[in-house]
Design a protein around this ligand. Structure first.
Ligand code: HEM
Length: 421
């Protein structure tokens, strides 16, 4: 009998306990059959060594239009809950020369040098947001997610792509919708249509009145050389860049703040100069990565992973990028501990190989600025709920918090008590 997979698991669309689910999958093989919403079956890869091996070389592809028979033959279509991850035509869903062409249109703008040049802009947004937090009364509970972690990356990416103020609420709504993994067919179809409509509207606005922004640059490229960028690719690139630039960095800031507040000894280490914000960010990326199961790759040929697992050409594969950092195969020493002094903080939070995250340097820099300003302004900041009561967002794609309740300063009475004694 040919090797297949002896085990199948339905991914929890509510993302109730992403880490437990990934740890469970890891014990069942180098790749495990998982059920996705809408009756679609895929493979989940949770082991770091297998992920690295598969993401190097050409055995997997990204373009559903060429490599996923269920999509090509219409058995899975635009009303599938995860359709917005495959129906776009951007670098994220392309291979080979197409991938290179589309990535090179935006890659130069996200080089480490260009990202460093954006630091003052990021600092200005952070200063405004942190400044507004100072109005909170001592002891008052403040939601840091909606007041800092969410507005920082979403404002920055909207600024970079020149999204007009009046279009921002709709742009934010549609990119948030992509992360919902338990949408009905009607909701899924609406998310996809609304995504394309919002970005087409942005493109139309910039065609009419171009500005000093990346949407206008992409439009100019298309006007000068339509072969380099089709209309669908233009709109898809806006969906990708604005979506990827928003959601992920939000989670990075939320989780790093939550980890530091729930591990005061580690925070003290930074305050005393024994570790850096960058150490905290890397350890947070390892332990609480912003992305868990990311849709989606497709086997370009039959892939025999051993241990009785054969992935057939055309079958979808999801990488649990967020599982790699806790893989005991990668971190045999206390993989679940948050430890800034850990010498090796390796993770796959930004992916691996050709599709490695284009915005990694930007995301890290945003988090660095947010952490430095927040902890600098509020030395007494503390979580307002126990760590295990923080509420996850309902998704198996992102490892996100719905809110982050903190007290920026202890209540007046508590302060007096501390001062007295
Ligand atoms: C800060 C936290 C972030 C995390 C954890 C993250 C995670 C990831 C991951 C795991 C991938 C790999 C996708 C794959 O192999 O399928 C990826 C790709 C990508 N990311 Fe990020 N990302 C972050 C921030 C950003 C930001 C701020 C931007 C944009 C400004 C961005 C833009 C992209 C793009 C364009 C790709 C696709 C690259 C390609 O397909 O060649 N990301 N990201």
């Amino acid at each position: 009998m040919e090797p297949r997979c002896p085990y199948a698991h339905t991914l929890d669309t509510l993302g109730s306990d992403l880490h437990a689910e990934a740890a469970h999958l890891r014990t069942h093989g180098p790749a495990v059959r998982v059920g996705l919403p809408g009756g679609v079956s895929a493979w989940s890869v949770t082991r770091a060594d297998v992920a690295r091996q598969l993401l190097t070389g050409n055995r997997l592809a990204k373009n559903a239009r060429r490599h996923w028979p269920d999509w090509i033959e219409g058995r899975v279509g635009p009303d599938w809950p995860l359709a917005s991850w495959v129906a776009v035509e951007s670098m994220f869903t392309s291979d080979g020369a197409d991938h290179h062409r589309l990535r090179m249109l935006t890659a130069p703008a996200f080089s480490p040098r260009r990202v460093e040049a954006l630091r003052p802009r990021v600092r200005a947004i952070v200063d405004t947001l942190v400044g507004a937090l100072r109005a909170a009364a001592p002891g008052e509970t403040v939601d840091l997610h909606s007041r800092l972690s969410y507005p920082l990356p979403t404002t920055l990416i909207c600024d970079l792509f020149g999204v007009p103020e009046e279009q921002r609420p709709e742009v934010r709504r549609v990119v948030d919708g992509v992360l919902e993994t338990d949408a009905s067919p009607e909701q899924a179809r609406a998310v996809l249509d609304d995504l394309f409509a919002a970005m087409a509207r942005l493109a139309a606005t910039k065609r009419e009145s171009p500005g000093d922004d990346m949407t206008s640059e992409l439009i100019a490229t298309r006007a000068a050389d339509g072969d380099r960028l089709s209309e669908k690719e233009l709109v898809s690139t806006l969906i990708l860049m604005i979506g990827a630039g928003s959601e992920t960095a939000v989670n990075l800031i939320d989780h790093t703040v939550a980890l530091l507040l729930s591990h005061p000894g580690q925070l003290a280490l930074i305050r005393s100069g024994g570790a850096t914000w960058r150490d905290a960010i890397e350890e947070s990326l390892r332990l609480e990565p912003p992305v868990m199961h990311l849709p989606m790759y497709f086997a370009a040929e039959d892939v025999d992973l051993g241990e009785g697992v054969l992935i057939r050409a055309g079958e979808p594969v999801l990488f649990a990028f967020g599982a790699a950092g806790r893989d005991p195969g990668l971190h045999p020493d206390r993989p679940e501990d948050f430890d800034l002094t850990r010498a090796d903080k390796t993770h796959l939070a930004f992916g691996h190989g050709r599709h490695y995250c284009l915005g990694a340097a930007l995301g890290v820099m945003e988090a660095e600025e947010a952490l430095g300003a927040l902890f600098g302004a509020f030395p007494g900041i503390e979580l307002a709920v126990p760590e295990d009561r923080l509420r996850p967002q309902e998704s198996f794609i992102v490892n996100a918090l719905r809110d982050l309740p903190v007290r920026l300063e202890p209540a007046a009475g508590e302060r007096a008590a501390v001062a007295a004694g």
